[in-house]
Each structure stands twice: as C-alpha cells, then as structure tokens.
Design a protein around this ligand. Structure first.
Ligand code: HEM
Length: 140
C-alpha cells in the first residue's frame, strides 16, 4: 500500500512539474515574435505535454484509484475526499484546456497576451495547496 502511495505522490509531482512549467512556456511563447523562438517553444511545449504531463496525470489517477480500492472504498466517505475529487476534476479540465492552448500555439493561432498566461499559471498553485491541506489536515 505504501508503495502505491509513493508512486501516487511521485506521479503527482511529475504532473505538477508540467502544470507549473507549461503555462510559463506559454508566457514566453506569447512574448516572442521571431520564428526560431516560436518553433523552439512549440517543440518544448509538445514534449512537456505529451511526454511528461499527460503520463503524470494518467498515473496519478491510476494509483489514486488503486489506493481507493486498496483502502476498501471507505475512504471515499469523508467530506475532505469529496472536496479533493472536485478539485481533481477541475485540475483535469485545466489540463485539457492546456492541451487546447498548445494546439493554438502550434498553429500560430494564439491571440492571448503574456499577462493572461501569467494569471492562468496561478491556478495549479492554488489547487496544489488546497489538495495537500485537504489530504493531510482533513479539516472536515
Ligand atoms: C483521481 C485522482 C486521485 C485519486 C483517486 C486519489 C486518491 C488518493 C487516496 C485514496 C489516497 C490515500 C489517502 C490516505 O492515505 O489517507 C491518496 C493520497 C494522497 N494523494 Fe491522492 N488522489 C488523486 C489525485 C491526487 C492529486 C491530484 C494530488 C495532489 C495535488 C494528490 C495528493 C495526494 C497526497 C499528497 C496523498 C498522501 C496523503 C497522506 O498520506 O496523508 N492526489 N490519494
């Protein structure tokens, strides 16, 4: 069980590395106007999203579900757990939105400013803080 929990946390850290860094790349990409930089950002974004972020998300969910089954489903009755799952759903929606933005950048269709991406970048920070407090403190 503790091995599965370790793998869950390692996958979650991998996922968050991408959730923090991809929108940062969008900030710099939105600020660049020469073709060499743009093409370099496209490669970095694609590799980060498909090679690190998405596998990290899939493994986090897989090991999370494995933990629920291993704990005998009873863990799913706490209010903190429902709140955590609601935040995970939001996080997955954010991940999917990142994929859509990635596609816009790939086809040079981005019209949003770097300021938008700076704010966009803050969302996963708030979710990480909230989820870690929920699972460790279990306030309700
Ligand atoms: C579908 C997605 C997820 C499921 C089903 C899930 C499920 C679980 C379960 C059942 C546990 C064991 C709880 C315990 O030991 O008391 C756990 C632990 C944990 N989860 Fe998740 N989780 C998911 C996503 C996440 C995400 C996105 C994060 C981080 C942002 C996260 C962070 C943690 C942490 C830090 C622990 C260790 C808590 C502790 O040992 O005190 N989980 N998860």
């Amino acid at each position: 069980m503790l091995w599965i929990k370790s793998l869950h946390i390692i996958s979650m850290v991998t996922w968050f590395a991408g959730l923090f860094y991809l929108p940062r790349l969008f900030v710099y990409h939105a600020m660049s106007d020469d073709d060499v930089s743009k093409e370099r950002f496209k490669i970095m974004e694609r590799k980060l999203f498909h090679g690190i972020m998405t596998p990290g998300a899939a493994l986090t969910v897989l090991f999370g579900l494995w933990l629920i089954i291993a704990y005998g489903l009873g863990i799913g009755t706490g209010g903190w757990f429902h709140a955590k799952m609601a935040l995970v759903v939001l996080l997955i929606a954010y991940h999917v939105w990142c994929g859509k933005l990635l596609k816009d950048f790939k086809h040079d269709r981005n019209r949003r400013s770097h300021v938008f991406y700076r704010w966009f970048n803050e969302f996963p920070v708030l979710v990480l803080v909230a989820i870690v407090v929920l699972v460790v403190v279990r306030p309700f």
